[in-house]
Design a protein around this ligand. Structure first.
Ligand SMILES: C[S@@+](CC[C@H](N)C(=O)[O-])C[C@H]1O[C@@H](n2cnc3c(N)ncnc32)[C@H](O)[C@@H]1O
Length: 223
């Protein structure tokens, strides 16, 4: 993407009501005004809130929101040019149950208050082969999620990375968490034969991995 194109997207991002772009300083200082107030100030209802972490262009956020009109979805990513795609689609389709948050997931504790979130999707996250603590399913991140998740909330992990899949499964076992499902090849195993299954949604990155013949994995556990 050219620099000009990127800047045009950043400019349009400022106009999207559904895209929230807090200052890094406010996130670092735990001084974000929507923390604990998403339902009343953004969605104007009491419906559950579900997050997609590292949402990129927001394919899952948008697809889940179309499937479940009574659930609010927030896609989170640091890359503004990718978030533009999801925010544009949510705006054009007038989707009141979609929001996007541009921030580093490392600061996620500053974004949500206690018991504010009901479920998390992690879609094709960077596997961070050299630094396990940076993986979005590491004990460090799970503790961050605990600060705002309702007890027993489901974490869904869809990834092409066998390393991340196995690591996350082992972490869940070590932490005595209830594992709901694990599958190391969802398409090869016939797990998603039903075309309406939400696991059939294929993100931008997923399409690239599939084109290379890389198996796609899924893990769900309760935190
Ligand atoms: C491999 S891409 C996957 C994007 C999308 N889920 C998909 O499947 O097409 C990983 C995404 O996670 C985002 N990401 C990685 N680490 C992050 C962090 N610490 N905070 C916010 N976003 C992060 C990147 O910007 C990128 O868009």
């Amino acid at each position: 993407m050219s620099r000009k194109n990127k800047l045009a997207k950043f400019r349009e991002n400022q106009t999207f009501e559904c895209l929230i772009q807090p200052l890094s300083d406010d996130m670092i200082a735990d001084n974000f005004s929507l923390k604990g107030h998403w339902n009343e100030q953004v969605f104007h209802n009491d419906n559950p809130i579900v997050l997609e972490l590292g949402c990129g262009k927001g394919e899952y956020t948008i697809a889940l929101a179309k499937h479940n009109l009574n659930i609010n979805y927030i896609g989170i990513d640091i890359k503004g040019a990718r978030l533009w795609k999801g925010a544009k689609e949510a705006t054009l389709n007038n989707m009141p149950n979609v929001a996007f948050l541009r921030t580093r997931i490392d600061f996620i504790r500053s974004a949500f208050g206690s018991d504010e979130v009901s479920e998390i999707w992690i879609t094709f996250a960077d596997p961070q082969p050299k630094n396990a603590n940076k993986r979005l399913t590491s004990p460090v991140f799970l503790d961050r999620y605990r600060s705002f998740l309702k007890k027993g909330s489901i974490i869904n992990l869809k990834t092409d990375s066998q390393l991340l899949h196995k690591y996350s499964l082992e972490t869940a076992i070590e932490q005595n968490l209830e594992i709901l499902e694990y599958n190391s090849d969802i398409y090869g195993s016939g797990r998603v034969d039903n075309p309406n299954d939400i696991l059939n949604v294929k993100t931008f990155y997923e399409q690239q991995f599939l084109a290379k013949g890389i198996p796609i994995t899924y893990l769900a556990f309760k935190l």
